[in-house]
Design a protein around this ligand. Sequence first.
Ligand code: MIC
Ligand code: SF4
Length: 641
Amino acid sequence: MGLTITEKIIKNHLVSGEMVKGSEIAIKIDRTLTQDSTGTMAYLQFEALGIDKVKTKQSVAYIDHNILQTGPENADDHLYIQTVAKKHGIYFSRPGNGICHQVNLERFDVPGDTLIGSDSHTPTAGAMGMLAIGAGGLDVAVAMGGGEYYINMPKVVKINLTGTFNPMVSGKDIILAVLKKFTVKGGVGKVFEYVGEGLKGISVPERATIANMGAELGATTSIFPSDERTLEYLKAQGREKDFIELKPDEDAVYDEEMDINLDELVPLAACPHSPDNVKSVKELKGTKVNQVAIGSCTNSSYLDMMRVANILEGNTVAENVSLVISPGSKQVLNMLAENGALAKMIAAGARILESACGPCIGMGQSPATNAISLRTFNRNFEGRSGTKSAQIYIVSPETAAVAAIKGYIEDPRVYEADLDIEMPKSFSINDNLIVPPAENGEDVEIVRGPNIKPFPKAKPLCEKVEGKVLIKVVDNITTDHIMPSNAKLLPYRSNIPHLADYCLTPCDAEFPKRAKENNGGIIVAGSNYGQGSSREHAALAPLYLGVKAVLAKSFARIHMANLINNGILPLVFENEADYNNIAENDELLIENAIDQVKSGVVKVKNITKNEEYKMLLNISELQKEILISGGRLNNIIKNRL
Ligand code: MIC
Ligand code: SF4
């Protein structure tokens, strides 16, 4: 039986386990990336492992999220990351060099290799034919130390592309079509593999938009073949030597399939407040817009920016619109400056931002109260922009740029602009903002600012786990709910005691107080709990507040791994109807917890209601051991002794 691209890479990297769908496998990780908002914690954890030098082929630390320096905290953390990277063999991408996923694509991604990153959009590298997976900081720390990475052997979904794009239709519209069909939880346990004739017309940066937003499906990752377009891109980046051809076998077997005919694809938009709430742009025509934001790791490539510049050329941004543009990398921004495209944007009235995440993570540019904001980003969760009442629509750069000029949503296909942009034969290459690690790390002193506080560590599992239901939440709770992130909170990513006071506050402002008053307790949740980012802080803050277990209908992949790594029990209702019977403040009790965890079935007594719920713990033997030891770090240390 033939293999898919996914299976070929896994086969080449398999350390343990069998390639049986759904069962746990361990894979060797070639490369890692971190960014600054998760990186500080990841490097503190790496230091706790006591390893001198990273054991990967290459690890890169980026500064791209925490770039507003409204106090010393962010700059202090940057300095910590810079020095810890230099000491331990990690390349350091300085602030100003760009968004991690865009820069990694340009300068570091290699077809056929594996990558994990402490950011949920690490799968962007799937555009290069890599198996690239988002993970919690501790998993990345362990991979840097040479440890394997554990996933469940994924199912593989074939997305078959035929035809060619019509003008003003692009990669974003493909992934929005996939999201419309599969929804934000439809990708769990799956890899989305893009194949077909249609790929010939889709360049690597356009593929990156699609692979990037596969994260919103809850997927393990997304991947493209490494083909003539990959070679073209690598050549233009001066990295031809990194090319290998990679495609599925003719007789590869897929678990599910979806066909997309690009000839028929139309501009799409994800409406508030979920990336799968997809409608055609035509249906939204006439909606007045207050802000347009173009950039993020999803749509900030040279090609995206050139299209935007050409649409804006000779026009003025509508009076009712604030247009902000953040090119994805120094390379992109430099090229726009050199060829005059930047001048077109500035002349039209765009506000040019630093090459970084910026408004995508609420680092500035929060829209006005009740504003409508069109963004080329990937997530439109309520409140993520920093303005709870804002309505965020996720669209392509073409749709965004046309709306910026018109002042309202318009089908971009009615607009004429020269979009016939050639991929450059060679990009402007200058890696002067990438600092290589020291030859001899021993001499490097690590600088630690006063904002870096010790991170909470879980305790070994007790026989009796008991506590009150501290909060009961609905389906699709995001990590933005669990551990909100914005310009005010992001500077405290290395200070869990401070962050904990905001844990789950978008759902209930009293949660942290209640958790503290009760010495911790238990969270009850609906399905897809913890969707969205990879931030481990969504497990660390509850751990700090004494949360011992989360009872949910289902979990998002990365968040579940983060809970296990931090010794919090992620229990799944066998009978979803039991969710309805539990109320806030009910007293819950798990007896013989260690044996029950080992068995994979955990009975939870509701003392208040005199009921019992059967909860499932469908996890590997290693994960059970991790829970019993009180988290992954404790488990590693225990096994070394
Ligand atoms: C995001 O897009 O939500 C982030 C900010 O990039 C996160 C990482 C973080 O919370 O630091 C992610 O996607 O993992
Ligand atoms: Fe940065 Fe936004 Fe991409 Fe997250 S989704 S890495 S915040 S640009």
